[in-house]
Design a protein around this ligand. Structure first.
Ligand code: SF4
Length: 184
């Protein structure tokens, strides 16, 4: 038990004022802390990068350490859309529909060269980057990226989640971003 205890690191508590029997902080910081450590990913894996994600979920890399072991295959119960693999243009509308079905707040991670830019497939049939159809928060480079890189992407998403203002999703800037993609 003590050995296990040594390997578990507790999440940093948000800044606040504490004393005997009380701790005061802002709602925004508590919500950020809770969201950051309970991200439910939706793996949209179409090819080889998906295999790296499977390794990331395995015991060695263990995505559960970051509170993200609960994968969601329903967009309605997911916070993070992870796009991993080559996205054919025919697949584009489906990916976009999945994104639109996710509830706010939602984040998107583009994993691997294919999802980020079409990768080596500079052809008529392959989408040259998913940010042509949906907004992306974090890009993970590589062909394929190693599981460590995927974990690095998760840490960057966690930072965004933790520090995002609760008002951001109602801001004119965010609405303008979605409008740019033709999303209401
Ligand atoms: S980036 Fe490379 S490894 Fe990933 S899906 Fe494309 S070809 Fe496969």
């Amino acid at each position: 038990m003590s050995e296990l205890h040594g390997r578990i690191s507790l999440a940093e508590k948000p800044p606040g004022i504490e004393g005997a029997g009380f701790f005061a902080t802002s709602l925004e910081k508590v919500v950020g802390l809770a969201r950051k450590n309970s991200i439910w990913p939706l793996p949209f894996a179409t090819s080889c990068c998906g295999i790296e994600f499977m390794a990331t979920m395995g015991a060695h890399y263990d995505l559960a350490r970051f509170g993200s072991e609960r994968l969601s295959f329903s967009p309605r119960q997911a916070d993070l859309l992870m796009v991993m693999g080559t996205i054919a243009k025919k697949m584009g509308p489906i990916l976009r529909q999945v994104y639109e079905q996710m509830a706010e707040p939602r984040w998107v991670m583009s994993v691997g060269a294919c999802a980020c830019s079409g990768g080596i497939f500079d052809t008529y049939s392959v989408l040259q980057g998913i940010d042509r159809i949906i907004p992306v928060d974090v890009y993970v480079p590589g062909c394929p990226p190693r599981p460590e890189q995927i974990l690095d992407g998760i840490l960057k998403i966690q930072h965004l989640v933790e520090t995002e203002s609760l008002r951001r999703r109602d801001s004119p800037e965010y609405k303008a971003l979605l409008n740019k993609y033709g999303i209401e």
